[in-house]
Each structure stands twice: as structure tokens, then as C-alpha cells.
Design a protein around this ligand. Sequence first.
Ligand code: 13P
Ligand code: SF4
Length: 299
Amino acid sequence: MVSVEERIRQLKKEKNAVILAHNYTSPEIQDLADLVGDSLGLSIEAARTAADVIVFCGVSFMGETAKILSPDKTVLVPEPDAHCAMAAMCTGEQIKEFRSLQPDSIVVGYVNSTAESKKEMDICCTSSNVVKVVRSVGDREVLLVPDMNLGAYAASETGMDIILWRGFCPVHNCITAAQVRGLKQEHPGAFVMAHPECRAEVLELADHIGSTESMLKMSISSEKKEFIVLTEVGMRYRLEKENPGKTFHFLEHAVCTAMKMASPGSVLDSLESGKGEIVLSEDVLDGARGPVEKMIGLS
Ligand code: 13P
Ligand code: SF4
């Protein structure tokens, strides 16, 4: 009998499909994927791939971003109910209302948002380019949505006065400074890496702040052997795989259940049946393309 993995390989060939997976997905998914990476790296790949079908293992906004960049391709998110909790925290209507009150402001939107919300932004950003994007807007007043922690981080890095939306990632926002101090006491000398979705008091305790992919690069280039990693636990798999002999400590409660939903079975189902296809209206596609492409251009 043909295994699920083998059947996926056959279907990928037949349909000229590529599998992209975020760094937080399960090990089985990462092993199946053609590319594993952070939000920016995966968006760039989605924009340039020659495949006809993109299977996006991650959360729905990632599939939507791929569709915005490649509207003629079929984009499948094998678990269509895998939604980023933060993406629901700022709607397009709310951005429109803000704009009507402060029409001179620039709206910088974290890519962790719905396509309908991206359509109302001026420019998107990810965790790896937020500082560059915010600097690029000059001395205009900036509203950063939806993540207040990412916005506060960008403000502290640029010295700019940024209006913060009160959204947050439930996974990263639950990491507290007390928990990090506890880990540091248990593992003195460990190098601390944190995702900018963490609270400011947590970021203050970090030696490196950046996207998931930047953490991987840092762990490879560092001479340190022991790391405390303040992000979602799925990141452990790649860090360990690409750093034999190095040790990574996580806060085990930092789990994003949406990122864990995709399985080899759901990838196969999606490839066979088309389940989870991203469908966006022309209006949303046209409106959201500009903000996303501006960000890719800056990267
Ligand atoms: P990265 O862009 O760093 O991969 O982060 C995405 C994300 O959802 C973090 O919670
Ligand atoms: Fe969204 Fe947080 Fe999950 Fe990332 S970890 S996808 S920001 S809920």
C-alpha cells in the first residue's frame, strides 16, 4: 500500500504543487515541506514559485497572503479553520474608522491580519522587517495594527512615536518576565532569543530579538551551546535539527494550537479534493496587493 507521504509526493508532481510550512508547524509537516520558514521568507517564496498549486501549512492569513501575491495560483490551507488569534483583533472596518478620524496617519499592518484588513493598510510588515518598514514612512504619524507588543518594539528601536492598537498574540503575550528570569536561573549563561510579539519587559531580558528565521540564523552563527527561546515551541524542531550538539529551552506553555492543526492526512486530503482553497474577492485582492507588495519591495 502507498503511504500518505508517498501519495503526497505523487500528487505534488501531478499537480505541480509546492508545500510551504511555517516554523511552528509539527515535525511531520516540516519534514514534508519544500520550504520551512518565517512569514517573510514564505511570502517571498509564494510570490516567486513556479508551482501552480501552493499548499500552505500554517494559519489562514499566510495562505491569504500567498493568494494576494499569486492570484492566478491555487492556494490551499489544509486546515481552513486554522486561524491566528491575533489576526481577528483588528478588522478592516476599524482601520477605516481610525482613518476617518486621523486621515494624515500611515497605517502599518502586521502581516498577521486578514486580507480584508490588509486592504485598508498603507503598508504591511512582518516581525523581520517591522523596523525597516516603520522607518520607511518618514516623519508621518504611524498607527501599527494589530500587535501592541510588536508596535512597542518598533517604537523603541526607531525612537518614533507609534500609536499602538491593543491586539496581541495570546501565545507570546503569556510569556512573563518572571518566567524568563526563572529559566535564566535554571540555565545560567544561556543565550536568550525572543520574538518581538513578546511583552517589552520580556524583550528587555533577551540577547537577540527577531523573527523565527532570525533566531535560527543566530543559533547557527553563535558560539553558544545553550539557548533560551522565547517563542512558540514548534521552533524547537528546526533549531535542534540544524544545530546538533546545542540545547534549546522553551516555555512549554507557549503553544499555538492553530499552527499544529495541519497533518500529513489533511495535506493529502487538501491535495486530492481541493479542500481549504483560499478564495478572495477581486476587490480584496486588488486592495491588499499594494500594502503587501510594498513590504516585499522593501525586503
Ligand atoms: P515569524 O514571521 O517570525 O515567523 O512569526 C510569525 C508568527 O506568527 C509569530 O507568532
Ligand atoms: Fe498568531 Fe500567535 Fe499563533 Fe503566531 S503564535 S500564528 S501570532 S496566535
